[in-house]
Write a protein that binds this ligand. Sequence first.
Ligand code: GRF
Length: 216
Amino acid sequence: MTLRLVVLISGKGSNLGAIAEAIDAGRCDAKIALVVSDRPDAAGLDIARSRGIETQTLPFEKGIDREAYSAALADLVAQGAPDLVVLAGFMRIVGKSFIHRFSGRMINIHPSLLPAFRGPDGVGDALEAGVKITGCTVHLVDEGVDTGRILAQAAVPVLPDDDRASLHARIQRAEHQLLPEVIHAIANAKMRLDGGLLSRVTIDEDACIIVPRFES
Ligand code: GRF
């Protein structure tokens, strides 16, 4: 089944681009119906526009009630009639009304191996802690911050000379493989959202990226 996606972004949108490229290459059985951003200046909006994907923005005005914003955001997302809502670098914590409306069909990509380093700086917090392996996680979104059911993870090494930027770049290479693969696995019922199925693990020799793969 081709999954209809609504993708939420706040920034550069490299994960959005990776999903779009995987779709074009036939590696991800999905269609991006709509891209929504809370930031009108998000560079990822240009990625969407250049591909002819519909975009909408809903800036968060100072002083606005979070639940009111979440309800308006939910209405906007619902316009895209999503099978799956993908938070791909969406940096705003959404309220309960939003989460309940898309409960069980909303995923997020987070730049750490959850449950370690939840929150807004998963990369910096991992560096600070001195871990030697970190990575990225695709998880269902629930009411907590990065607490939903873990669907898939990819691991990357932390190298001795890493700074935040170099480590994040390595994690993002893993994200760009993992997120489209998970969407594809959901589309083809290789993964159930009520419990991730991981069928195979491969190791990318260049970067030591460990990425779960799902039988096609
Ligand atoms: C990613 O590293 C993701 O894990 C985090 O935000 C970042 C978004 O990057 N939630 P991009 O906008 O997709 O390039």
